[in-house]
Each structure stands twice: as structure tokens, then as C-alpha cells.
Design a protein around this ligand. Structure first.
Ligand code: ADP
Ligand code: 5GP
Length: 192
């Protein structure tokens, strides 16, 4: 029988650089052997996001149906009226086949995955250098309306209080350094 794959869960307040870091870790030439778990959400796609690649974009009704059908390992209302969830179909068949998966989920989702999978899962928290720098990055990314940025920065301090419950954490100040620290932590987990 195949050895089961491992799970890596990255979490951080919005704008801390999770997507950037995951993108770098999955890129050649030093790509880690990780498959990205594509979450489902009822939010609208941002420019450049593709259905089935960035997220499975569902209507609110479709999301509720999937909840009722037990299709999620975990799901959260991360922002008012905005639902996000990890589909069983994205994880269980991959790890059963021996593939490792990486998840980008909010802090509560990360701790739920850890509760379910125990030592098979590594939770890694990405910290911003400061809340001011987090706001600057969200403004520079220019993908969200000002009130959405206020909402995300407002939630960041609450989310940062979850960091001690994670297995590991990395400060994303200089991107290259953060990527290398994350790579080392994840490689150790995959080899454990
Ligand atoms: P998240 O996925 O956590 O919401 P992103 O990866 O989209 O965050 O990063 C938010 C913004 O900050 C993006 O515009 C990204 O290019 C930028 N960014 C990421 N890491 C750094 C860094 N170390 N220094 C400066 N800007 C960064
Ligand atoms: P965004 O809208 O910026 O893509 O994501 C907003 C937040 O939702 C981020 O903190 C992201 O990690 C989280 N998120 C994305 N997918 C999931 C998921 O499947 N489950 C949970 N709990 N959170 C998710």
C-alpha cells in the first residue's frame, strides 16, 4: 500500500503574502512536491482568477447545498456573507494516493484541519512585519475596495492572536527569506 501523503496548511491575515509564498513554493525549478487544494467560495472571482484553479466559485445556494451534502472537511464564514470551505474531494483522494497537499485557509479552518488530521498536518502561520505594512500591501495590491481593505485589516489583529496555536510561524518581511524559511519547515515535515 502507498504511504499516505502529508498536509501543509498555510494561514495568515489577508495580505500577509500567503498566495505569493505558495506560488513561489510550487514554482520550478525548486518546486516542492505539493498539490494545491482548491477551496470553494461564494465570493466573486478577482481579475486573473480562474474557476477551478484559484477557487471553485459557487453561488451561495450551491455552497449551502455542498454543506448540506457533507462535501466539506471544514468551512467558515470568513467575512460576513462570504463562505470558504475545503472540499473532501480535494484532499482525501490525493493523500490516499501518496500526494502531499497544501491548503490556504483562514486561522479557524487551519486549526480544524489540524484537529482532524493530527501529526499528518503541519500548520504554518505567515505573519506580517506589522499591521501598518499589511494595510500598505493590500492597498498596493489594489484588488479590494477601501471598505473591504478596512474590514480585512480590522480582522488582522484578531487573526494574529491565533499564531501561538500553530505548529510553526514565519514573518514575511523580505519575501526571499520568508520563502526559504517556509521551504525548510515544509521540507522537514514532508520528510518526517
Ligand atoms: P494573501 O494571499 O496573504 O492575501 P498576497 O500574496 O496576495 O497575500 O500578498 C499581498 C500583496 O503583498 C501582494 O500585492 C504581494 O505582491 C505583496 N507582497 C507579498 N509579500 C511581500 C513582501 N515580502 N514584501 C512586499 N510586498 C509583498
Ligand atoms: P481571499 O478572499 O483573499 O482569497 O481569502 C480570504 C480568506 O479566506 C483567506 O484568509 C483564505 O485563507 C481563506 N480561505 C480560503 N479558502 C478557505 C477554505 O477552504 N477554508 C477556510 N476556512 N478559509 C479559506
Amino acid at each position: 500500500m502507498n504511504k499516505q501523503g502529508k498536509i501543509v496548511v498555510l494561514s495568515a491575515p489577508s495580505g500577509c503574502g500567503k498566495s505569493t509564498i505558495i506560488g513561489r513554493l510550487l514554482q520550478e525549478p525548486d518546486a516542492l512536491p505539493l498539490q494545491f487544494s482548491v477551496s470553494a467560495t461564494n465570493r466573486s472571482p478577482r481579475p486573473g482568477e480562474t474557476d477551478g484553479v484559484s477557487y471553485h466559485f459557487l453561488s451561495t445556494e450551491q455552497f449551502r447545498d455542498a454543506v448540506r451534502a457533507g462535501e466539506f472537511i471544514e468551512w467558515e464564514e470568513v467575512y460576513p456573507g462570504r463562505y470558504y470551505g475545503t472540499l473532501r474531494s480535494e484532499i482525501d483522494s490525493k493523500i490516499a494516493a501518496g500526494h502531499n497537499v497544501v491548503l490556504d485557509v483562514d486561522v479557524k479552518g487551519a486549526l480544524s484541519v489540524k484537529r482532524i488530521y493530527g501529526p499528518q498536518a503541519l500548520t504554518l502561520f505567515i505573519q506580517p512585519p506589522s499591521v501598518q505594512e499589511l494595510r500598505r500591501r493590500l492597498e498596493a495590491r489594489a484588488t479590494d475596495a477601501p471598505e473591504v481593505i478596512d474590514q480585512r485589516v480590522g480582522k488582522a489583529e484578531y487573526e494574529l492572536s491565533f499564531a501561538p496555536q500553530f505548529d510553526e510561524s514565519v514573518v514575511n518581511d523580505h519575501l526571499d527569506t520568508a520563502v526559504e524559511e517556509a521551504r525548510t519547515i515544509i521540507t522537514n515535515h514532508l520528510n518526517s
